[in-house]
Design a protein around this ligand. Sequence first.
Ligand SMILES: O=P(O)(O)OC[C@H]1O[C@H](OP(=O)(O)OP(=O)(O)O)[C@H](O)[C@@H]1O
Ligand code: HPA
Ligand SMILES: [Mg+2]
Length: 173
Amino acid sequence: MESMNKSIFIPRETIEKRVKELGEQISRDYAESELIIVGVLKGAFIFMADLIRALSIPCRVDFARLASYGSGAASSGKVIMTKDIETSIRGRDILIVEDIVDTGLTLKFLVDWFRERNPRSLKVCAFLDKQGRRKVPFEADYVGFSVDDAFVIGYGLDFDEKGRFLPDVYIVE
Ligand SMILES: O=P(O)(O)OC[C@H]1O[C@H](OP(=O)(O)OP(=O)(O)O)[C@H](O)[C@@H]1O
Ligand code: HPA
Ligand SMILES: [Mg+2]
């Protein structure tokens, strides 16, 4: 962190306001449902913790662990799942919560993986979306903020495991 040049991109107050809006929207959309929220580790853990506390409906939570970036700022192109969820999702409403959609490879992998188990519905909420960087077509159903082509850290997002703890989002220069 000490040696990393970074500039603030999304301050915590702006994040808080947007997470509240997302929570309200999701609560309305799933008012009649028993929602299961699946967080993608590690990056999504902070966003997910805030998002579920912004909901006015009950939910269950589970986690999957996927990785493809390792220590760099570019996707290896190979998504590895090291932990699957432990909940049966057949016939259930599932909302995947992610920190960022970049190439789209991680979420494409996870959505395909879950679809085979026949959930009743499957949607994705991403805190950040880098639309311009897709290698595979992918559209999130709920998006916090759009990002241009820049590497970002903070609020759960890391560069080589550094910076996840930062309460604001920064662009790494
Ligand atoms: O759209 P993509 O190009 O696939 O990139 C997005 C994914 O990459 C990052 O995960 P990472 O592999 O760094 O694991 P982490 O969450 O443990 O940091 C991020 O948290 C997303 O899960
Ligand atoms: O900009 C990013 N920051 C952190 N992790 C990421 N994974 C994909 N893109 C990013
Ligand atoms: Mg990472």
